[in-house]
Design a protein around this ligand. Structure first.
Ligand code: M6R
Length: 591
């Protein structure tokens, strides 16, 4: 869960790499570092802290040289210290490496290298890479030959870039299970975990596949396969929505992304009807359908499950991706797996999908990030078309995932067009749900910012919205929050309700209204402060988040957006940065 970037060209490299790292900060933001080649010197500067802080402290912006690599870290092995920040080097300081991923066999490799006399300066798994390269390079081979030689020794996942003082003028990179994309603008070459890091310079992107090696110099790029044979690779045009990384006047990306949702919906609905019909038929024909995802994507999947049942009369299960492997025994060629992931990089999802593919299952993925690893592994890919989502808390991509499930379920009954029309009407409803609650939610967040516990309840198709509302609140405002089916409250959690405990009740005027309201009354009788998300008034509400009336299958869309806003304002009221919550990163590429 780190971001890496390399640049080779005729401009000063440091500003390009630093700007790129800022675009990659969503992948990790606890430490930063760069390595730069200048006059046959390899300069390495790194530290714990955010990019701006480290850059200012170490004068990163003014480092000389036209070839550099950089890294933004989310710590996995080793605490957040200067020594553990990347780039890492070999014993002689002649090699610099930035790595994203986890080298699972690093302990054995490290012990072996230490017994041969190597000296390590960090606690990271990544540092074995430069030391392994150091040994290979002693035989006089080229940097790319050294990379090819050590790659088979590394278990786990990686995308790494290498600079060497002795083989200067080039950056060599390779990957396994972690992304690496290359861009060219006619004057320079870029390589990164995400094209977003160089999208301001070029929209031509080449995706490196597992075990392939890329060699960048200032005037050419070359590709090798794992055996060292030359490869020809074609560039693809980057979707224009994927360029740009600006807050557009909003104080945080999260607020911008929440407010973008009315427009996002129409972009998502712009889909290939034929593809949806084919996938819908496959879903109906499959003996079993399993949806797998994590976090917010899993909550969207739970809404999808209700839609499949209500509209398509097709039962399916949603399995948390981190638990998917434990059900692998029942996956076979009659299984259709729908993998849902904004990033298309989530390690738990990727692992499950690989296992399911090996067992013969058909894989359909719903992803936001183009050229992602998950998209590569899938037989069919449904894009969310949302453009980059930078805030760690997923917002617009959740809404977009709901829209995809809505389209898929209606495709099961040959009504794709009807669903598209319904979705196009939803943009104004979402705007209404945002606008008419904004000021009230600012006040509510001030009132409730010192509460320690929140409970979110709902029934039926909205149950997952209770869980999603709670997840949003806890991940960015660090308040304990639980979401659950309203009927479950009395089976244990009711014991935790005290005077003024906030209970958020999602109770639109649908088939579950009366029962949900009864559960809210049970909580209120024990002192709960009831915050209702509904289009129907009731005097039991202490605070009413008013949503527009819509078809009952569309309530999740209008109910979730004010809950995202509530979480956002709670985080801001408590003085936290909602874009960069502590301990979290947007792409979770570790298991
Ligand atoms: O990229 P993915 O959709 O696979 O990510 C899954 C979760 O890590 C993600 O939804 C996470 O729960 C978000 N931070 C929630 O806001």
């Amino acid at each position: 869960m780190c971001g890496i970037i390399g640049y080779c060209g005729n401009k000063p490299a440091a500003p390009v790499v630093l700007e790129g790292l800022k675009c990659l900060e969503y992948r990790g933001y606890d430490s930063v570092g760069v390595a730069i080649l200048c006059d046959a010197q390899l300069l390495i500067r790194k530290d714990a802290g955010k990019i701006e802080e480290v850059s200012e402290k170490h004068g990163l912006d003014s480092l000389p040289g036209n070839i550099a690599i950089g890294h933004t870290r989310w710590a996995t092995h080793g605490s957040v210290t200067q020594a553990n920040a990347h780039p890492h080097s070999d014993c002689s300081g002649r090699i610099a490496v930035v790595h994203n991923g986890i080298i699972e066999n690093y302990q054995e490799l490290r012990q072996e290298l230490i017994s041969q006399g190597h000296r390590f300066s960090s606690e990271t798994d990544s540092e074995v890479i430069p030391h392994l390269l150091e040994d290979e390079l002693k035989s006089g081979c080229s940097l790319e030959e050294a990379v090819l030689a050590i790659a088979p020794k590394l278990e786990g996942s990686y995308a790494f870039l290498v600079l060497s003082r002795d083989d200067s003028g080039k950056i060599v990179g390779t990957r396994k299970n972690n992304p690496l994309v290359i861009g060219a603008d006619g004057h320079a070459y870029y390589v990164s975990s995400d094209a977003l890091a160089f999208s301001q310079y070029t929209n031509q992107v080449i995706t490196l596949r597992d075990t392939e090696v890329v060699i960048l110099t200032s005037d050419k790029i070359e590709f090798l396969d794992a055996a060292g044979n030359r490869l020809t690779k074609q560039s693809e045009e980057l979707d224009s929505s994927w360029a740009g990384n600006h807050k557009d006047g909003y104080p945080f990306f999260m607020l911008k992304e929440i407010m973008e949702q009315p427009q996002v919906l129409s972009k998502t609905a712009y889909q290939d009807e034929r593809k949806f019909t084919d996938i819908a038929l496959d879903i109906l024909r499959a003996r079993q359908v399993i949806i797998t995802a994590c976090g917010t994507s899993r909550y969207a999947s739970l809404v999808g499950r209700y839609l499949f049942s209500k509209v398509g009369k097709k039962f399916c299960d949603v399995v948390m991706a981190s638990e998917f492997g434990y059900f692998a025994d029942s996956v076979d060629k009659n299984t259709l797996v729908i993998a849902v992931s904004q990033s298309g990089e989530t390690a738990d999802v990727i692992e499950g999908v690989k296992a399911a593919r090996d067992a013969g299952a058909e894989i359909v993925s719903i992803v936001n990030r183009p050229n992602s690893i998950l998209a590569d592994l899938s037989h069919q890919v449904i894009p969310l078309n949302c453009g980059p989502e930078i805030g760690v808390a997923a917002t617009k991509t959740f809404l977009s995932q709901l829209a995809v499930f809505y389209l898929l379920s209606f495709s099961m009954v040959n009504s794709f067009d009807k669903a598209c029309i319904q979705l196009s009407d939803m943009s104004s409803k979402i705007t209404e749900a945002l606008n008419c609650n904004n000021d009230g939610l600012i006040k509510l967040s001030q009132e409730l910012k010192d509460k320690n516990n929140f409970y979110y309840i709902a029934r039926g198709i909205n149950f997952a919205i209770a869980s999603e509302g709670a997840l949003k609140l806890k991940e960015i405002s660090y308040i304990h929050a639980e979401g659950m089916p309203a009927g479950e409250l009395k089976h244990g959690t009711l014991a935790l309700i005290e005077q003024d405990t906030p209970v958020v009740v999602i109770c639109p005027a649908d088939y579950a209204y009366s029962e949900t309201l009864s559960n809210a009354i049970e909580a209120k009788s024990r002192g709960a402060y009831i915050i209702a998300v509904s289009d129907k008034e009731s005097d039991i509400y202490d605070f009413w988040i008013k949503i527009p009336e819509v078809d009952e299958l569309l309530y999740p869309m209008v109910a979730v957006v004010p809950l995202q806003l509530l979480a956002y304002y709670m985080a801001v009221s408590r003085g936290y940065d909602p874009d960069k919550p502590r301990n979290l990163a947007k792409s979770v590429t570790v298991k």
